[in-house]
Design a protein around this ligand. Structure first.
Ligand SMILES: C[S@@+](CC[C@H](N)C(=O)[O-])C[C@H]1O[C@@H](n2cnc3c(N)ncnc32)[C@H](O)[C@@H]1O
Length: 287
C-alpha cells in the first residue's frame, strides 16, 4: 500500500477509500488511527511517512477487513483526552460515555471541595475514573471490577496516564470485598454497569460482541446491577451522588424502580446522538 503512495496524505486517501469500499463507517478516522499506530505515534499528525511500518499497517487492515473492531486489533481506544489500553477482557471505551465526564467536570468545577474522593464501580479499562482524575489532580478514586483481568488493564491505564498516586484498585463483586467505611467517605460514585437485557444479548451487532459478555449482560430486565447497587447504597446509608450511564433500552424500568424506592433524580442527560445516556441520583444527607 505504501509503495504506491507518495506521501502520508496519499496513503491516508488510498486507505480511506479501501475502508469506505468495505463499508467501514468511520473510514477516515480509522485510517488515521491505523497510520498513527503503524507509525508508532498517538496522533496521525505526528507520524513521519518514512517511519510507518508497512507490515504492521497491512496486518491491521487485513484483520479489520475481516470484521474485527480496530480497537480490539490495536488494543487501544481514544476516550476524552487520552488513549486507553483495552483488550478482550475490557469493554472498549465509547464516545457516548464522554457525556458523563463532561457533566461531572461541570458539577465539580462549581463545587467548593477540590479534593474529591470517588469510586468508579464496574470500572473496566478505568476510562471514566481516570479521565476525571486526569482533570482534577487533587482528587482520588477507588476502581472496582469483578474481573481480575479488567483490573489489570485498568492498572496499566492508571500508570500510562500517570494517576497512580490518586488511585487504588479492588477486585470485587460490586461492594462485597470493598470496605463499607471507605464507601461511606466517597463524595460520589461513577458507574457504567452491564445493562443489556439477557434476551437482547445475542441480537447485538458483531462489533459489540467482541466485548466481554460480563461487561454487557445486565440480567433479565437489564437493570440488575442498578438495583443491586442502589439497594446496597440505601442499606448502608450512603450519602452522596451517583452518576450512572444509562441507555434507552433500560430507562423505563430504571425510572420505575427509582420511583418505587423514592430515590431522587438530580438530572438526566442525552448523548451526542440524543439518546438517554446519563442519570445523576442523589442520596439524602440524613436518613
Ligand atoms: C459496561 S462495562 C463498563 C466499563 C467501563 N466503566 C466503561 O465505561 O468503559 C461493565 C464492567 O462491569 C464489570 N462487572 C460485571 N459484573 C460485575 C460485578 N458483579 N462487580 C463488579 N464489576 C462487574 C465488567 O467486568 C465490566 O468491566
Amino acid at each position: 500500500m505504501r509503495s504506491k503512495s507518495l506521501n502520508k496524505t496519499d496513503l491516508l486517501l488510498s486507505l480511506s477509500n479501501l475502508l469506505k469500499l468495505n463499508e467501514i463507517k468511520n473510514f477516515e478516522e480509522e485510517s488515521q488511527i491505523m497510520i498513527a499506530y503503524a507509525g508508532s505515534r498517538e496522533k496521525f499528525i505526528d507520524v513521519k511517512f518514512n517511519k510507518i511500518n508497512e507490515n504492521i499497517l497491512e496486518s491491521i487492515v487485513k484483520e479489520r477487513l475481516k470484521g474485527k473492531p480496530l480497537s480490539k486489533i490495536i488494543r487501544q481506544k481514544g476516550f476524552w483526552k487520552n488513549i486507553f489500553i483495552t483488550d478482550e477482557n475490557t469493554l472498549d471505551p465509547r464516545a457516548d460515555s464522554e457525556i458523563i465526564i463532561e457533566n461531572i467536570l461541570n458539577d465539580l468545577s462549581s463545587s467548593k471541595i477540590k479534593d474529591h474522593f470517588f469510586i468508579d464501580v464496574c470500572c473496566g479499562s478505568g476510562c471514566l475514573g481516570i479521565s476525571v482524575l486526569d482533570e482534577f489532580n487533587k482528587s482520588s478514586c477507588d476502581f472496582i471490577d469483578i474481573s481480575e483481568k479488567a483490573i489489570s488493564v485498568c492498572k496499566k491505564n492508571i500508570s500510562k496516564i500517570k494517576v497512580e498516586s490518586q488511585s487504588s484498585t479492588y477486585i470485587s463483586d460490586l461492594f462485597t470485598k470493598y470496605p463499607v467505611e471507605r464507601l461511606l467517605q466517597a463524595h460520589f460514585l461513577i458507574c457504567n454497569p452491564p445493562y443489556i437485557p439477557t434476551n437482547n444479548y445475542y441480537n447485538l451487532d458483531n462489533q459489540t460482541l467482541y466485548d466481554p459478555k460480563i461487561a454487557l449482560d445486565g440480567g433479565e430486565d437489564g437493570i440488575m446491577y442498578y438495583v443491586k447497587i442502589l439497594n446496597y447504597l440505601k442499606k448502608v446509608k450512603f450519602t452522596g451522588d451517583i452518576f450512572f450511564e444509562i441507555d434507552p433500552i433500560i430507562i423505563n424500568n430504571l425510572e420505575k424502580f427509582l420511583l418505587e424506592k423514592s430515590l431522587k433524580i438530580v438530572y438526566k442527560k442525552t448523548d451526542y446522538r440524543n439518546l438517554d445516556r446519563l442519570i445523576k441520583i442523589t442520596f439524602p444527607l440524613t436518613y
